[in-house]
Design a protein around this ligand. Sequence first.
Ligand code: GAR
Length: 211
Amino acid sequence: MSNMKNIVVLVSGGGTNLQALIDAQNRNELGNGRITCVIASKADAYALERARNNGIKCRTLIRKDYPDISSYSEAMRDMLIEEKADLVVYAGFMTILNEKVCDEFPNKMINVHPALIPSFCGKGFYGLHVHKAALEKGVKVSGATVHFVTAECDAGPIILQKAVEVMENDTPETLQKRIMEQAEWKILPKAVQLFCDDKITVVNGRTIINE
Ligand code: GAR
């Protein structure tokens, strides 16, 4: 199909969210989209292995090869244009890209965040830090959010959220695992499917889902 959307996935680490996207694609659950390229910010990201194992094109754009966010963002913008990305998915991507990328792909980049935004988000809240902060606060529910990426970190229009119970004896690691299994791995592929099937509209900074 010529009107298939090219999905480019950005990764930095283990890539379990990438795996959830690959599994959804193999079940034909990414709608009108297909993963055409995975770009890693770290050369040793295990996510690259997952892409290779599934015959998906891999590229690296190493964050520490660039002196600052501005030059890294320009290089990323150029790579995404080269890859003809229709949708850019941040799947455990740990670098905040600036407006040079966001302006080029307005409402075409989505991120999965491991908390219920606007709680435990913004600069410094990534990976296990998020779950540590949630446990320190003593929240009884946390969860995950999929949202559009704008220049302001974790502040773009929310697409899907799912709540997950916090247990009395949770550690950051056990809470992270439960949130991944019960929320992230479900709502990220779902949001990608909705996007690829043109079912998401953004109005006044909020999304409307037309299922
Ligand atoms: C996931 O929990 C993801 O939500 C989080 O990092 C983990 C990556 O795991 N992302 C952020 O914190 C971004 N601010 P993965 O590499 O196995 O998908």
